[in-house]
Ligand binder design. Structure first.
Ligand SMILES: Cc1cc2nc3c(=O)[nH]c(=O)nc-3n(C[C@H](O)[C@H](O)[C@H](O)COP(=O)(O)OP(=O)(O)OC[C@H]3O[C@@H](n4cnc5c(N)ncnc54)[C@H](O)[C@@H]3O)c2cc1C
Length: 328
């Protein structure tokens, strides 16, 4: 029986075929996925991963699509949009249990309503809790991992048809680092069959609502003044070679944005992709960029900074899918 039919038997009519992915990413590039399933709950997320393992097809879980550059050739397998949305507050300990599909902005505002704070520095990051844990999002000197207590992770079966397993792990077992985690560092070995974060338990702090709202406003303004927010981008393209977020002025000399700017990178452009004039570590899609435009621009920036500063910038974003017909 053909794969689409078997997937529909396991996942129902919500399964779609041949869907363009560009509108599901913030960079607005990327080709077509063979199959797409939108999981509204954690159990649908688990079922979708199990269905992919049963049929031995690659899968990719996407949250906000805000840290990926998906190839113009798309994704050969099933893309699972993670729309799980449950947030449960554990009143007495300022803790929250969040599904991995919850958007950070939603988590921050729901927590504020309960007078729990801490994550305000992440306001404006257009990703989900799962994507935040995978990449250990950070900004303005704060890291997501500082708030993570434990995670529930789905380990996919290794052989075709093997049952997936759910495990609970403590934050330290995620081996969080600067824009890294155990899951992200091993992603190259598990392409198309990566473990999936199902939920995260976070430790917040009891704070007055006015104080939380003051912080939210402050961070929103900092972002507005420094980043090209009205344009399509994937946030910072490169990690800072210093290995941390630039907070004080002396740290900025080692930030990727500073190095690109000082190397003359703001004049670079390939097709519809260009280096942002506002923040040199952002690439913006001016409307008609292809994924290949973005990738080639990334390579040009790396070459320029290597030549001018002797430093090789490492990508923070992830390239997804096949990048040449030869690879496929
Ligand atoms: C305007 C803008 C500003 C940004 N600012 C910042 C910033 O200040 N700091 C920062 O660190 N980042 C920033 N980013 C980047 C991005 O928003 C974060 O990295 C975010 O956490 C990515 O989450 P996501 O849900 O969009 O992940 P996606 O882009 O959907 O996925 C990224 C990777 O995570 C994996 N993944 C997603 N969900 C799961 C899951 N549940 N389980 C396992 N793997 C999963 C995906 O498979 C993929 O490999 C910014 C981006 C934009 C567009």
């Amino acid at each position: 029986m053909e794969i689409a039919k078997q997937l529909k038997e396991q996942l129902g009519e919500k399964l779609e075929e041949h869907l363009g992915l560009r509108d599901y990413t913030t960079m607005k590039v990327g080709g077509v996925a063979d199959y797409v399933f939108s999981a509204s709950t954690v159990s649908e997320l688990v079922n979708a991963v199990q269905a992919a393992v049963n049929l031995d097809i690659p899968y990719l879980v996407l949250g906000g699509g805000s840290n990926v550059i998906i190839s113009d050739y798309g994704f050969p397998g099933m893309v699972i949009f993670n729309r799980s949305s449950n947030v449960a507050f554990l009143q007495d300990r300022s803790q929250v249990m969040s599904d991995s599909g919850v958007y950070l902005s939603h988590l921050i505002t729901s927590a504020a309503a309960k007078e729990y704070g801490g994550l305000e520095f992440l306001v404006g990051v257009p990703g989900t809790v799962g994507g935040a844990a995978y990449n250990n999002v950070s900004c303005w000197g704060g890291e997501f991992s500082d708030y993570v207590r434990s995670l529930t992770i789905l380990l996919p079966g290794e052989e075709k048809g093997e049952r997936c397993r759910t495990v609970n792990i403590e934050a330290q077992d995620m081996k969080f680092g600067y824009h890294s985690s155990w899951l992200k560092e091993n992603s190259g070995k598990n392409v198309g069959r990566k473990p999936v974060i199902l939920s995260v338990k976070l430790q917040l702090a009891s704070l007055r609502r006015e104080e939380i709202m003051r912080r939210i406003k402050q961070y929103q303004q900092m972002r507005l003044s420094k980043q090209p927010l009205g344009e399509h981008s994937a946030g910072s393209i490169f990690k800072n070679p210093s290995g941390f977020e630039a907070t004080a002025s002396e740290d900025k000399n080692y930030s990727a944005g500073f190095l690109i700017d000082k190397s003359g990178g703001k004049r670079l452009r390939v097709g519809g992709a260009q280096v942002s004039k506002k923040h040199a570590n952002f690439i913006v899609n001016t409307g008609k960029a292809t994924a290949m435009d973005v990738r080639q621009l990334i390579e040009q920036i790396q070459e320029l900074v290597r030549e001018k500063k002797g430093i090789t910038l490492e990508e923070e974003i992830e390239f997804i899918g096949e990048w040449s017909k030869e690879q496929g």
